[in-house]
Design a protein around this ligand. Sequence first.
Ligand code: GTP
Length: 601
Amino acid sequence: IPLENIRNFCIIAHIDHGKSTLADRLLEITGAIKINSGMQVLDKLQVEKERGITVKAQTVSLKYMLNNKEYQLNLIDTPGHVDFSSEVHRSLAACQGVLLVVDANDGVQAQTVANYYLAHGNKLKIIPIINKIDLKNANPEKVEQQLSTIFGINGDEIIKISAKHGTYVDEVLKAVVERIPKPTCVRDKSLKVLIFDSWYDSYRGAVLLVYIKDGIISTGDRITSCNTGKSYEVKLLLLLRPEEEKVNKIYAGQVGCIICKMKYDEASIGDTLYLYGNPVEPLPGFNTTKPMVYAGVYPVDSSQYHSLKNAMDKLTLNDNAVSIINESSPALGQGWRLGFLGLLHMEVFSQRLEQEFDTPSIFTTPGVVYKAKIFGKKNITHYKSDEVYFCNPSHIPNISIVKEMYEPTVLGTIITPGDYYQSILHFCLERRGIEKSNKNIDESRIILQFILPLNEIITDFHDELKRMTSGYASFDYEDYGYQLSDIAKMEILLNGRPVEELSTIVNMSKSVSKAKKICAKLLNVIPRQQFLISIQARIGSKILARENLPALRKDVTAHLYGGDVTRRIKLLQNQAQGKKKMRMIGNIALPRKVFVDLLKT
Ligand code: GTP
């Protein structure tokens, strides 16, 4: 296929606006799948089917005839949720154009805005599409007005379709050929290949999804990685249509898969490959997406440490947005601290660990990375810089050397019907937000921007926002850097002794309510013992909350009659054995479950 006849594009849209449905229709029209096969072909993972969302970007090469010419259209389907935006970023690197899909009823949403600017910033041709025109309350004229107000898009550029019924979908294919430019590649230059995704296959090892930027790759070629300098023999080349099709060559401008016995820890997304002995300037990789939230991950049982580690290594090959470092906790044992792009990302990761690798695990409550500016390094030997980053409360620098504390913030965009303005404003202020702007986008909807502490949005912010607006508001955020913040370490004391692994980092304005909440929770989860336990939360020397857990005399031998001394001794020994497995705080025995319950809240 000559370069002139290749088009690389992806579909971007707010969640549920119909990307996957449109992709299915495009596949049907071009004969890649049978009509009415009744399934979303591109959503392959079990989590995707269960949750009805796209997590991984998928890729497929379509054959399309227009005016007696055969075209190859490479379609990359991308996820819509904010947490998976790293997938979108990567997909765009192999594309020259995008289909921007907007629901005719919902209109422009927060993610539409983010996606538009992403595509625009990458200088890609944008084909605006209004989908679901078949819906009873579809209002394509209003959406057209929004697209014009927000992005300055002309009405005559917009294609109005129903992906569900296939109405005007062929217009979309025509526009792909006519409006999106051919790839900018050179076939008679040295081979230059961009790895933009990879996954692990138990039979074939790492499978690399690549974009051939220059040259031609053939089976049997020897290729070298710019990153590691290691070389491999190309065993197999595949096009995805969407079924795998073996080919002998893949030409510049095309997207396909390489299997070359690369080990999974050597396959890094964003790496450039070249022909052995013909080194090239590496392609600009991807800005490694910065994890936003961190959580501790531990095996349910310490004997599962190695199988969990193995599973995580394989899964991160397919999801390189996750970062991993080793961590251990006296209560939970050996584990790791993982960084994620958001909460849904974390949930999906833990679900995939369990479903695809059959390895259950314990995830602790996620947190963010704080920053402290400390007084000059002169007298403080163990810090290398006067800026210290930490997410674990036990790493917070001593207050006596701290000049200022900072926490990460985001710029949040909310699109909502105007009626909810007051309640959203109240909600965001309560979450320590600062309103930055508000603007009408048509007669009933507004677009709001808030600066919010990341910590306030990582757990239930999105769910709450949806609940209070009956699902009408949408939310997206981008990094807004570190801002001064009044944070401190809150310690938990049991009978006066601090329990390090129960410490948390809190904002002073919320410290009392948080202290009360944790003490009440501990009161519920700590098993009663034979003496009274006082549970206290404190910051510095100030006690913020207190609960008392009454004593209980647990006589394990009470139900034994008479004087069978040996049985009695055995029982007492068993009880002592049980205690060994517990974490002892002074004379208080805490089962692992207490930490799991508390850290998981
Ligand atoms: P994510 O991949 O999770 O971001 O979602 P998506 O954008 O791929 O949306 P999807 O294609 O899964 O469609 C979401 C819902 O809208 C599904 O229930 C579709 O059946 C429905 N839908 C998609 N297109 C149309 C359409 O043209 N008309 C109508 N009535 N419904 C549609």
